[in-house]
Design a protein around this ligand. Sequence first.
Ligand SMILES: *Cc1c(COP(=O)(O)O)cnc(C)c1O
Length: 362
Amino acid sequence: MHHAVKRSVFDRYPRLAEWLNIVELARLPTPVDELPELARTLDAGRLFVKRDDLTADPYGGNKVRKLEFLLGKAYVDGAKAVMTFGAAGSNHALATAIHARRLGMRPIAMLVPQPKEACVRRNLLLHLTAGTELHLYPDKPRLVAGAAWQRTRRRLEDGVELAVIPAGGSSPLGATGYVNAALELADQVAAGLLPCPDRLYVACGTMGTCVGLALGFALAGLNTRVEAVRVTELDMASEARGRQLFAETAEFLHGLDPSVPAPGHLKRRLALRHEFFGEGYGIHLPRDLEAADRFRAVAGVPLEGAYTGKAFAAFMSDAATGRLRGETVLFWDTYDSHDWDAEIGGLDYHSLPEAFHAYFKE
Ligand SMILES: *Cc1c(COP(=O)(O)O)cnc(C)c1O
């Protein structure tokens, strides 16, 4: 079987295209912009931004790259519905819902609470446009039990084929979307759009993004060090989980195409940065919002406080020590930047299941 979607990972490993049925959701490659004034004022050598806020319409961000692979499989498997997991304001659950709906599959989001924020309210309201079936569980154990029950119920009562996508889309198949992203960047380096970055800053939630990037750089022979800024609890993001996902993803690709080196032959340049996490997932520190404001003022692109604000704050903090002087740094923007204000204005939270109404009351 031949696949028509052009992706850097398939250019490099054509045999993978025989096995991985992707759906074309993204508009790639995403641009790379240089921010010389910020580099100068913050004391870094050169600063570039990889615009994964622009991966797709109507909804971009990093999850789309994973969903090309994950929803591609669900689609080929004949799934009628797609279940996934996250926090109440999960960008991943929303991206999955919007893109699954475009492919004609019904989205089901299994969610747990998180702090009340404007971003959370926005994402919940946008689920109304995708017609997502939303469930809120008080904690993870009850979510796991709820998911088992929902899957059984659908099998027995509806006979609906259900695809299940893990939280954040961070399986070996999902992380392959970021292996592709790293190879895409390697192509941009080869084309002279930017020098090979010495370091890359990216937010790390369920690790598929940073691990996929580190694996892709190892395959491309780029010596870029990935600074993965942890924004979730240690059960989601840890050194052990990073090692495991790296090995599993390399093993998965090596199994499909033996010309992909086995994990033992690959160098993993990935540093998990714990010191920017703060008090919990989704809790913004003042420096995260300052970093987001600073970036928006110069780049004209919005960041938020839960992921990208923390990642940019990490860059600013490292730059302030002087250690980035003379380095080429890449900030990987993972947050959808479409303006949704017009859509949201016409949506009423009372149309959401009652469990979610508390997010809209002070
Ligand atoms: C999910 C998400 C991330 C983290 O990606 P992982 O692959 O889960 O580590 C970063 N930024 C934004 C905006 C996200 O929604």
